[in-house]
Design a protein around this ligand. Structure first.
Ligand SMILES: [Zn+2]
Length: 318
């Protein structure tokens, strides 16, 4: 049972409105019911839509002047210090949602699989802790083709992790990474991302469904173009439950970029476009009163967004 539920219940009791029915309905309208199933596994019930956040792990990197392209390292460190975080290194978490909606079980992005660091690649382990059989995943929806988002689709031996799932990918993303002319023109030393996309997708091309951002990918899952981080980066509004959920993938990297949406992380392939996208997508979440889930957001990686100063605040559900 969630902390939020506990708080609500206490309040109702204090107010003398302790009938169980009143407490339950108060909970249902004010905050989604959240359950921490295990470390790295959080379940959120949005009426008929059920969301399970599964942590794939985290990467750790030394914080240097290159991480944020357009802010002084001292300013970046001051922001982290104010947020109570270390200023010499940075933890970058990876968390994916599984959404049960309309008879489909949809995984959004796949984590690192066997291709990340020692503290990543825990998605399948946490999926089992959540009681979700990988064979029961009917659809995998991909936001973009960076390795931490697609490598979990196929292991080193070549076996697919979600054998019964169709794979939905944004068409502009496919066209950019799978373009043969680009591959031929790229020196071998710079082909890392192009090779990753080929390793994952070429043997399963018959399972891949390409969609144009803006279209409904599956009933209740609307895709929204959010280009900039990569040429075809796409986010998803999940509708039909008690509350909307926007899975914004890498619209921001870690929470520092929620607080400072004009800062450009070094991984943004088109920094200017990514900055404009960040504000547009954050404003959309607020306008539609949607919960936000992000692949690199902290804690449960699903929560609420609010305006603060020149940026936003992300508060994870717990
Ligand atoms: Zn990423």
């Amino acid at each position: 049972m969630s902390l939020m539920y506990g708080k609500n219940l206490a309040k109702w009791v204090v107010l003398g409105l302790a009938a169980a029915g009143a407490a339950l309905s108060g909970c249902a309208t004010n905050a989604p019911r959240t359950t921490v199933v295990a470390e790295g596994v959080t379940r959120v019930e949005l009426g008929s839509v059920k969301v399970t956040m599964l942590r794939d792990g985290a990467g750790s990197r030394v914080l240097d002047a290159n991480f944020v392209r357009n802010a002084a390292l001292a300013d970046v460190q001051a922001d982290l210090k104010a947020a109570g975080q270390p200023t010499d290194k940075l933890e970058v978490p990876y968390t994916t949602p599984v959404v049960d909606i309309g008879g489909q079980r949809v995984l959004f992005d796949t984590g690192n699989g066997e291709f990340g660091g020692a503290s990543a690649g825990k998605l399948l382990e946490n999926m089992l802790k959540a009681g979700i059989d990988p064979q029961s995943i009917t659809a995998v929806v991909i936001s973009h083709f960076h390795g931490d988002h697609i490598n979990g689709l196929r292991n080193k031996a070549g076996a697919v992790a979600f054998p019964n799932a169709k794979i939905y990918v944004p068409n502009p993303e496919w066209n950019w990474w799978m373009d043969e002319a680009r591959y031929a023109a790229t020196p071998e030393a710079s082909r890392g991302g192009l090779n990753t996309a080929r390793r994952v997708f070429t043997p399963m091309a018959d399972k891949v469904i390409r969609f144009e951002p803006g279209k409904e990918v599956l009933p209740g899952v609307r895709s929204i173009a959010a280009f900039g981080h990569t040429p075809g980066h796409t986010v998803f509004m999940i509708e039909g439950g008690a509350k909307k959920l926007l899975y914004w993938a890498d619209t921001t990297n870690v929470a520092m970029f929620v607080r400072n949406p004009d800062w450009a992380v070094s991984f943004d392939m088109n920094a200017e476009e990514a900055r404009a996208t960040r504000r547009r997508i954050a404003e959309l979440a607020i306008a539609e009163n949607a919960l936000v889930a992000g692949f690199h957001l902290p804690g449960s990686a699903i929560g609420t967004l609010s305006v603060r100063d020149k940026g936003y605040d992300f508060t994870p559900l717990q």
